[in-house]
Design a protein around this ligand. Structure first.
Ligand code: NAP
Length: 264
C-alpha cells in the first residue's frame, strides 16, 4: 500500500526505542526523511544510523527532553517545519498506594505526558496550517480511557491530552492538519523492561522476572493471549501519518489485544 508520504519530513519525538522507534522505521520505509529525538544520546545515535542504513532515508538524531523547554527548543531548531509529527515518551513508573502519590509526582507526570506533547504540537500546528497539510499522532496509553489504579502517573494526564486533542483536531482539520491518538495496552518494549523494578515495588514483589512476569500476566488479562510488540502498533501509527488518513480526525485508537472491553 502506498502511504502517499514519500519525500515528506517527519519528527518522531521519542524515536530511539520501543513503539517510537518502530514507528520511525515504518515512516522511513514509506520514504519519509526523519528527525528522531530522545534523551539518551548513544542509543539515539545508534537508532538513527541503523534506520538510515536499513531504509536509505535521512535520519537526524536530536538529543532533546520533550518535557523541558530547553529540550523542546532543541527540537524546534533542528526541524522547524515537519509535515508529520509523532510524539511519545517512556512509560511512567507504576505508582503504589494512591494515598502516597505526592504533588511532585503529579507535576512530573503532567510536565512529561501532557505539557510536553501539547507544547510540541502548539509549536508546529501553525506551520502545518500554512502548508495546508500535516499529520500529528500521539502514542499515549489505553489507561487514558480505562482508568487503572496503578497507572495514575500515566492515565489521568493522558485523559487530559486526548481531551485537548479532541478539541484542537476539530479546529484545525479544515487546514488539512489531522491529530489522532494511539492508546496502547501492554507492550513488550525497552521502556516496559525499565519499569519492571517500579512495578515490583508498587505491588510489594521481589524484583525478579520469575516473580514479576506471572504477577503482571495475572493482573492483565489480554484476550489476544500475548503481550504486544512495538510492530503491533507501528503500522497503524504510520497509516495515521499518511495521506490515506485524511478523513480520520480526533480519534483515539486503542491497541491492546482486547484487554479493555468498551463499545466506543
Ligand atoms: N510498553 C507498554 O506496555 C505501554 C503500556 C501502555 C502505554 N504505553 C505508552 O506507550 C508509549 C511508548 O512506550 P514504550 O514502551 O514504547 O517506551 P520506550 O521503549 O521507553 O521508548 C520510549 C522512547 O521515548 C524516548 N523518551 C522517553 N522519555 C522522553 C522524553 N522526556 N523526551 C524525549 N524522548 C523521550 C525514549 O528514549 P530516552 O529514554 O533515551 O529519552 C525512547 O526513545 C509511552 O507513552 C507509554 O506510556 C506503553
Amino acid at each position: 500500500m502506498d502511504l502517499g508520504i514519500k519525500g515528506k519530513t517527519a519528527i518522531m519525538a521519542g524515536g530511539s526505542a520501543g513503539m517510537g522507534r518502530a514507528t520511525a522505521e515504518r515512516l522511513a520505509e514509506a520514504g519519509v526523511d526523519l528527525y528522531i529525538s530522545a534523551r539518551r544520546e548513544e542509543r539515539l545515535n545508534n537508532a538513527a544510523k541503523e534506520i538510515s542504513e536499513k531504509y536509505g532515508t535521512s535520519v537526524t538524531p536530536v538529543v532533546a527532553d520533550s518535557s523541558t523547554e530547553q529540550g523542546r527548543k532543541a527540537l524546534f531548531k533542528a526541524c522547524p517545519q515537519p509535515d508529520i509529527l509523532a510524539i511519545t515518551i517512556k512509560p511512567p513508573a507504576p505508582n503504589g498506594d494512591f494515598l502516597k502519590v505526592t504533588p511532585d509526582m503529579w507535576r512530573e507526570s503532567i510536565e512529561t505526558t501532557l505539557v510536553g506533547p501539547i507544547e510540541i504540537m502548539r509549536n508546529y500546528i501553525p506551520t502545518m496550517k500554512e502548508k495546508g497539510w500535516g499529520r500529528i499522532v500521539n502514542i499515549a496509553t489505553f489507561s487514558a480511557k480505562n482508568p487503572m489504579i496503578w497507572r495514575l502517573m500515566s492515565g489521568p494526564a493522558r485523559s487530559a491530552l486526548i481531551n485537548y486533542t479532541a478539541s484542537v483536531s476539530r479546529e484545525i482539520a479544515k487546514h488539512g492538519v489531522n491529530i489522532n491518538n494511539l492508546l496502547p495496552g501492554m507492550f513488550q518494549t525497552e521502556g516496559a523492561n525499565e519499569i519492571m523494578k517500579d512495578y515490583a515495588a508498587a505491588f510489594g514483589l521481589e524484583p525478579v522476572s520469575e516473580v514479576v512476569r506471572p504477577h503482571f500476566l495475572a493482573n492483565n488479562h489480554i484476550p489476544a493471549g500475548f503481550v504486544g510488540e512495538a510492530d503491533d502498533l507501528a503500522p497503524m501509527a504510520a497509516f495515521l501519518c499518511s495521506q490515506l488518513a485524511r478523513f480520520i480526525v480526533g480519534q483515539n485508537i486503542v491497541i491492546d489485544g482486547g484487554q479493555h472491553a468498551s463499545l466506543f
